[in-house]
Design a binder for this molecule. Structure first.
Ligand code: SAM
Length: 248
């Protein structure tokens, strides 16, 4: 599926053009998720804005033009769009293959919890965009999925980035698997990587690697301590967040 600006008119549900407050409002976001999913505990997992600490830090370090265009791939229930100060200053195109997020989008929009966001339902492996459409492409908490190969997916999305545009993604490290299993936190659907060779393939796809950092800072309290223990025990992290740039 290739979306141009013209046919995106049909695919995209709504573009928010009102002028809601830019401030992040995690409590209102959580309440909206609870209303959208009364029988499901999505709200508690999704609302933690510190999940985006590393992303925010790396964007601040490497910079984005004002009013940047962002593609949020596998957006889930719009946590990045609602809770990330960076995303709230971008024109965001978001998609996910889970159709249940369509009604959530409407609820969040009606409550003025989203800024300039468009959403459509689509599969990461099928969706395409015109060349050089975005200043930044984000794959946040997506590549743990067994069905997705991070290097293959990223290589396919590089042409959708403007030259000099950024890509952010995170991947789980294979070396931490045994400890995660010991902690009974490993799931069969998790896909883990030999991080060094995954990064080699990312470079070969035309990206300059800017940063590769453990994701500990996206946690607080006991979970952060566990992540640090993993680093001490395995010499690596459970997962890494990566920022890369499309070569000019
Ligand atoms: C853990 S959630 C993360 C959501 C969001 N990126 C975040 O960090 O808040 C992973 C999301 O990836 C989506 N996803 C997984 N595989 C996908 C695919 N092949 N195409 C589109 N979305 C996919 C799932 O539906 C889910 O919403």
């Amino acid at each position: 599926m290739t979306l141009t600006d013209e046919d995106r008119g049909d695919a995209v549900k709504v573009r928010t053009t009102s002028t809601p407050p830019k401030a992040v409002n995690p409590v209102a976001y959580r309440d909206a998720l609870r209303d959208a999913f009364p029988d499901y505990d999505y709200a508690d997992g999704a609302m933690y804005f510190w999940r985006f600490n590393l992303f925010e830090r790396l964007v601040a370090k490497h910079g984005l033009p004002s009013g940047a265009s962002m593609l949020n791939v596998g957006c889930g229930p719009f946590a990045l769009e609602a809770l990330s100060p960076t995303a709230r200053q971008c024109r965001v195109t978001a998609f996910d293959y889970t159709p249940e997020f369509g009604p959530v989008f409407e609820i969040l929009r009606a409550r003025h919890l989203l800024e300039d966001v468009t959403f459509f339902v689509g599969d990461i492996r099928e969706v395409s965009f015109p060349e050089a459409s975005f200043d930044i492409i984000v794959f946040h908490d997506v590549f743990y999925e067994a069905a997705l190969s991070a290097p293959d997916v990223i290589a396919r999305y590089v042409p959708f980035l403007k030259p000099g545009g950024l890509v952010y993604f995170d991947i789980m490290d294979r070396r931490a698997k045994w400890l995660w299993q010991l902690l009974r936190s490993e799931r069969p659907e998790y896909r883990r990587y030999d991080v060094a060779s995954a990064l080699d393939r990312i470079r070969a796809a035309g990206l300059e690697l800017l940063d590769c950092c453990p994701t500990d800072e996206n946690r607080t309290g006991i979970k952060r301590l566990v992540q640090k223990a993993i680093r001490l025990t395995t010499g690596t992290a459970n997962s890494f967040g990566v920022m890369a740039r499309r070569k000019e």
